[in-house]
Design a protein around this ligand. Structure first.
Ligand code: PEP
Ligand code: MG
Length: 599
């Protein structure tokens, strides 16, 4: 392991360059300074505070420190007479630590100079102090690190109570201040990743993670280059190292030479030019050369993503991952959003999409999206009480969400999508609960669309192998290829050690997708693909050839996929794809899929 340097910017001789290889998860090239985040630091919100709000942020931290002081004072006063003397000494130590300039002043400087929000500034300072304590030989003194951390936690608790729910989006002035930070961390949860939407950061590197983990998916939706599964990146890369992320190749270069830096800058400029060119397709309808129209829909995590979806020419929302409204609610008075809060969010998305359909997926909590990240009880969470299983086990929570979605359906075209169905009774119970929610709304005098469509995600092999049961009961289907691949190939999509086995072109996966598309066609119901395969331009032709007419993906991928569609000949693709589906040899499949590019 390399020695850690404490100064914020390197001085002295240039650092040695090194390259790390991992898994590419979000495309593009980023060049910036490394910003190392420890697990503790990840628990708090990160955003850059605009110049004009710096002093208010400083006061917020000062007020929190003062409140903790008052709390400690009150503890002292209320100490029972017979309390052990260590207790009083312990309070004294905490009060002393709190008054030390290292805690009471240094974080204020960090706010002023680096523009970090109060929580982030405090955690940054604590991390730096902790690293210094680790170096101390004296065991007694070294153990005082725990006291410092406890004091910091007290302050953080107060701060979180005064925090804004969502940090403000970075303003131009905050961006100008420090626009080039690349996050380097051991791991980042999807909820943490979502906090980075303020765009203070231009790239993400993590030691662990899989290509289609929800963390990776959120990074893609932020349209920020990212690479995961980088093994020891967070130990090898130092704070403020120059870092290049090649998000197409999954390569990270630390301290690049001037020559390498120039090459990547050129590539980056070329990518920016190509993206600009794509913008011209925004209003062009997605129609193949032989005249077949294809629906282009967006995947979103929050209603705030809708303007971006419209901006990329999306014809609607094909997947609103509603669980992101339930995650990352640290500091919020309610752990779970209530009916009215949810309704406001769904309505916001519906109104933002201006009459275009919005497909709201019901809560898909569990696996790598736990409701409470501190609770890890399931033995195998991906196979446990996830998504619809969780909702059916918590009927009041499910009914609350269904009522909120149905109420939003009075304001535009809403479709309800149920995740992770496998059994007929799960479909029937879900439909019965939707009817129950409608009845409750009628009784309460709320409006909803009585003809609201209900669809199933096909993402468990059992579902893809029992399609008649689905098409008979559902209005539409949406193929979740991320989970369909995970469950078909029995590999955890979050585990980088099996990431090399995650293969969308496995013959079993292709058969299940093709069967689902054709069952939907025969039954006359819509079938979409909303998993990451829909946004992969190397697979666009294959999916079209299978008969897919509805693609749902992150807005950032939409125009590249549309560009592919515009150059396709559907009839020819269908013939070639039939041949691919009759092939069982993986290398022959890969070759044939590559050859589709010329059709
Ligand atoms: C999928 O599984 O493909 C999907 C779209 O849902 P998620 O990625 O949220 O599990
Ligand atoms: Mg899924």
């Amino acid at each position: 392991m390399r020695e850690r340097a404490s100064p914020r910017f390197h001085t002295g001789p240039p650092m040695a360059s090194f390259t790390l290889h991992g898994i590419p998860v979000s495309r593009g090239i980023s060049i910036g300074r490394a910003h190392l985040l420890t697990p503790a630091a990840l628990d708090v919100k990160h955003y850059l505070v605009p110049e004009e709000q710096l002093e208010a942020e400083v006061r917020r931290l000062q007020d929190a420190i003062a409140e903790v002081h008052r709390g400690l004072q009150a503890l002292w006063t209320d100490l029972p007479k017979d309390a052990p003397t260590e207790l009083g000494a312990f309070i004294d130590v905490h009060a002393l630590i709190l008054s030390d300039p290292m805690i009471s002043e240094a974080p204020l400087d960090i706010i002023r100079t680096r523009h970090y929000n109060a929580e982030w500034a405090l955690v940054t300072q604590i991390d730096e102090l902790s690293a210094q304590f680790d170096e101390i030989e004296d065991l007694y003194l070294r153990e005082r690190k725990a006291d410092i951390q406890q004091v910091a936690e007290r302050v953080l608790k107060v701060l979180m109570g005064t925090a804004q729910l969502m940090p403000p989006r970075a303003t131009a002035s905050a961006d100008d201040y420090q626009p080039q930070m690349i996050v380097v961390a051991h791991d980042i949860s999807p909820a943490d990743m979502l906090q980075f939407r303020d765009r203070s950061f231009i790239g993400f590197v993590t030691d662990v993670g899989g290509q289609n983990s929800h963390t990776a998916i959120v990074a893609r939706s932020l349209d920020i280059p990212a690479a995961v599964g980088m093994s020891q990146a967070s130990q090898l890369i130092e704070q403020d190292d120059w870092v290049i992320i090649d998000g197409d190749a999954g390569v990270v270069i630390a301290n690049p030479s001037a020559l390498v830096l120039d090459q990547y800058r050129e590539r980056q400029a070329a990518q920016i030019r190509a993206r600009k060119k794509l913008q011209k397709l925004k209003k062009t309808p997605a129609i193949t050369r032989d005249g077949v129209p294809v629906a282009m829909l967006a995947n979103i995590e929050l209603p705030d993503d809708c303007p971006g979806a419209l901006d990329s020419g999306a014809e609607g929302v094909g997947l609103f991952r509603s669980e992101f409204l339930f995650m990352g609610r640290t500091g919020h008075p309610h752990k779970i959003p209530g009916e009215d809060e949810q309704f406001e969010q769904y309505r916001k998305a519906v109104l933002a999409m201006k009459g275009r359909p919005v497909t709201i997926r019901t809560l898909d909590i569990g696996a790598d999206k736990p409701l409470d990240p501190t609770e890890h009880n399931a033995l195998n969470p991906a196979l446990g009480l996830r998504a619809i299983r969780y909702c059916l086990a918590e009927p009041q929570l499910f009914l609350t969400q269904l009522r909120a979605i149905l109420r939003a359906s009075a304001f535009g075209k809403v479709r309800i999508l149920i995740p992770m169905l496998a059994h007929a009774f799960e479909i029937d119970q879900s439909l019965a609960m939707i009817e129950q929610a409608k009845a409750q709304l009628r009784e309460a005098g709320h409006k909803y669309d009585p003809a609201v469509q209900v669809g199933a995600m096909i993402e468990i092999p059992a579902a893809a192998l029992s399609l008649p049961m689905f098409v008979k009961r559902m209005n539409f289907l949406s193929i979740g290829t991320n989970d369909l691949i995970q469950y078909t190939l029995a590999i955890d999509r979050v585990d980088y050690e099996v990431a090399h086995l995650y293969n969308p072109l496995h013959p079993a996966v292709l058969q299940l997708i093709a069967m689902t598309i054709s069952a939907g066609q025969k039954a006359g119901i819509d079938v979409a693909v909303c998993g990451e395969m829909a946004g992969d331009t190397k697979l666009t032709r294959l999916l079209l050839g299978m008969g897919l007419r509805e693609f749902s993906m992150h807005p950032a991928q939409l125009l590249s996929v549309k560009q592919e569609i515009l150059t396709c000949d559907m009839a020819k693709l269908a013939t070639q794809t039939r041949k691919i589906l009759r092939t069982s040899e993986p290398s022959a499949i890969s070759e044939a899929v590559e050859q589709l590019q010329s059709i």
